[in-house]
Design a protein around this ligand. Structure first.
Ligand code: ACO
Length: 333
């Protein structure tokens, strides 16, 4: 059986920086509350009036990943795109990438697993590589949150958290038994779907119904933050342990932990639980906020660029989010 390795990474974030201070001019919030609860100092939001989207940011990140992998774009034989903020209701962003990058008429798949979306996408790619079906898969996570947030006092509990951005990687067929994706682990618990959701518009609750009711704000994200937080810390820990045990490893074997950037307090809780040093955990939520399906791959791309992920390192990715869904990937770099 083949193995898969990450051969190139790239990321892109919009230039427009929105600080906590900027938000305090739009809604009843303040820097102290946001930093204390989430660790976020600033985030990137696509400038109003710009034609940037999840797909266009994904394409920019993908171009960098392709160049870093040292392959030609025509060597890519499958696209997987993870997002909760697609450009269109349908078709998905994957086909837009095929067009934007002028790729051959290869398959394109969209993954709708929110904060866990990137690890799910990576897992799907890993299976396709291991079975020998594909040699180079472009995996993208991208989010354009700012266009769909409630920027008012009413929405402050959610809107201060989220940022825009994209990351991409190339997963490549290999025969190296040591340096590879060792395993991935995927979970869900749909009974909690309503705790973190955007309900409308949906086919069951279509646009005219929403427009007819001024109190209907089902198109804005709803989050039961405390409930999400409590579940996140448990599931993060479980799915990391599951990954380590599957490979006969322990927390002491981890060289670099890259958590989904949901909230710095969640990452710190997990860091403490696994007794990891600060230099063994990569966090960038302070400058980008929560970029959902893009957060892990942006962080991985930055860590790689900064030389913090090196040959032979045990790299652990883990995510938790809406669905609920949660996932981990254990990688020998
Ligand atoms: N600024 C100032 N005050 C605020 C703000 C704000 N932006 N937002 C809420 N408050 C107020 C509330 O109104 C409340 O006031 P009250 O006590 O007078 O009623 C108070 O602050 C506390 O609000 P809580 O919601 O209880 O705050 P909490 O400590 O739970 O923190 C937070 C909220 C940061 C959202 C936290 O619950 C969290 O991070 N949860 C997990 C988020 C997460 O991981 N999501 C998963 C990924 S997202 C995805 O999958 C799409």
């Amino acid at each position: 059986m083949y193995t898969s390795r990450i051969s190139g990474l790239g990321h892109f974030v919009p230039e427009n920086i929105v600080t906590n201070e900027d938000l305090s001019k739009l809604m009843d919030t303040n820097d102290e509350w946001i930093q204390e609860r989430t660790g976020i100092k600033e985030r990137r939001w696509i400038e109003k009036g710009s034609d940037e989207t999840s797909a266009s940011m994904g394409a920019k990140a993908a171009k960098i990943a392709i160049a870093k992998a040292g392959i030609d774009k025509d060597d890519i034989d499958f696209i997987i795109f993870a997002t909760l903020s697609p450009d269109m209701y349908f078709p998905g962003c994957g086909v837009q990438i095929q067009d934007m990058l002028d790729l051959p008429t290869i398959g394109a798949l969209d993954v709708r697993n929110q904060c866990s979306g990137f690890v799910y996408a990576l897992s799907v790619a890993d299976q396709f590589i291991k079975t020998g079906m594909y040699k180079n898969i472009l995996v993208i996570g991208s989010e354009f949150h700012s266009g769909g947030l409630d920027i008012s006092d009413r929405g402050r509990g959610v809107s201060v958290i989220f940022g825009d951005g994209a990351g991409a990687l190339i997963l490549t067929r290999s025969d190296d038994e040591k340096r590879r994706i060792l395993s991935t682990h995927l979970h869900s618990e749909g009974k909690h779907a309503k705790e973190l959701t955007v309900e409308g518009p949906s086919i069951a609750h279509w646009v005219p119904e929403i427009l007819n009711n001024p109190d209907d704000i089902s198109y804005y994200p709803y989050m039961n933050g405390t409930f999400v937080f409590k579940n996140a810390v448990v599931r993060f820990s479980e799915v990391i342990m599951e990954g380590l045990l599957t490979n006969g490893l322990t927390p002491a074997d981890i060289n670099m932990f890259i958590p989904h950037q949901a909230n710095l307090r969640i990452s710190q809780f997990v860091q403490k639980k696994f007794k990891l040093r600060d230099d063994q955990v990569y966090n960038n939520i302070q400058k980008y906020g929560n970029t959902t399906a893009a957060s892990i791959v942006i962080a991985l791309s930055e860590a790689w660029e900064e030389g913090k992920v090196n040959k032979g390192d045990l790299v652990v990715l883990a995510a938790f989010g809406s669905g609920f869904t949660w996932a981990s990937a254990i990688i020998r770099w």
